[in-house]
Ligand binder design. Structure first.
Ligand SMILES: CC(C)=CCC/C(C)=C/CC/C(C)=C/CC/C(C)=C/CC/C(C)=C/CC/C(C)=C/CC/C(C)=C/COP(=O)(O)OP(=O)(O)O
Ligand SMILES: O=P(O)(O)OC[C@@H](O)CO
Ligand SMILES: [Mg+2]
Length: 228
């Protein structure tokens, strides 16, 4: 699949305002894809608004589904998070079961890809919402990665530090045990050096909040990652 070659992606949050000028710079930056996703206040209206505006460009666009109410046709792919270290089955497989029960007959299965999330920042919104157990050491995380690949055959293992820069050694340890499952890293990347450091081990680095804080620096991460 196309995403298997992605090295760099921007994640844009439908709940946050973004001008056409900003969006154009992101879409024309040379990034491999734009992921549309966030934890809260994601609605059909703000998702459609972003989709229509991103579609003016040729960059691939993915919807990372965080609730069923905001799903719409028109994206290239749909990423479906399942939070492996959640302590509440709702975020692991119950919402997924409900969605498949309701829409299973009309689902375009070849556009859907599951992401096995392991959330490591206890203070981020996604950890709180999903009641994630973030008290994990490197061995625990590696075990989740092995589970994602070997038990569940997930195409993506997503190391999520949303809001803080993570531990590059853990990213390295995880990459060492993955063969087919792609390793996405996201969290706290706020300059080109950090993007480069995480991209040494992760297959794909995800750049989120810095887009809204310092667009120029966010754009600089594309070249940094592509240079490796
Ligand atoms: C039209 C078409 C092709 C139809 C497809 C049919 C269909 C309905 C398919 C659905 C298939 C399916 C099985 C869906 C599951 C649905 C679901 C609701 C799953 C749960 C998702 C989940 C675990 C969400 C929890 C939160 C989470 C992990 C979000 C990921 C994004 C993230 C961590 C963002 C970072 O947060 P952010 O908001 O940016 O935080 P800050 O503001 O602090 O930065
Ligand atoms: O927003 P940041 O901290 O860059 O994290 C990116 C992404 O992993 C969030 O889901
Ligand atoms: Mg965010």
């Amino acid at each position: 699949m196309e995403f298997q070659n992605w090295r760099h992606v921007f994640k844009v949050d439908p709940a946050k305002p973004m001008t056409d000028e900003m969006l154009e710079q992101l879409c024309e930056s040379g990034t491999d894809a734009i992921i549309v996703g966030g934890t809260d206040n994601v609605t059909i209206d703000n998702v459609l608004d972003l989709l229509v505006r991103i579609r003016r460009f040729t960059v691939p666009v993915v919807l990372e589904i965080s609730n069923l109410e905001s799903v719409t046709p028109g994206f290239d792919y749909y990423f479906i998070p399942t939070v492996l270290n959640s302590s509440n089955t709702r975020w692991v497989k119950d919402l997924h079961h409900q969605a498949i029960k309701e829409y299973g007959d009309i689902m375009m299965w070849d556009e859907l890809f599951a992401e096995g999330y392991c959330i490591l920042n206890a203070d981020c919104k996604a950890a709180k919402v999903t009641e994630a157990n973030t008290e994990l050491d490197a061995e625990d995380v590696v075990a989740y990665a092995r589970m994602a690949e070997n038990l569940f055959n997930l195409p993506i293992f997503y190391l999520e530090y949303s809001g803080i820069y993570g531990n590059p050694n853990i990213v390295k340890d995880v990459q060492a045990v993955l063969e087919n499952t792609r390793l996405f890293y996201g969290g706290g990347i706020s300059n080109a050096e950090q993007a480069k450091e995480m991209a040494q081990s992760a297959n794909t680095v995800v750049i989120g909040n810095i887009i809204y804080e310092d667009l120029k620096t966010a754009l600089s991460t594309v070249k940094a990652v592509k240079e490796i």
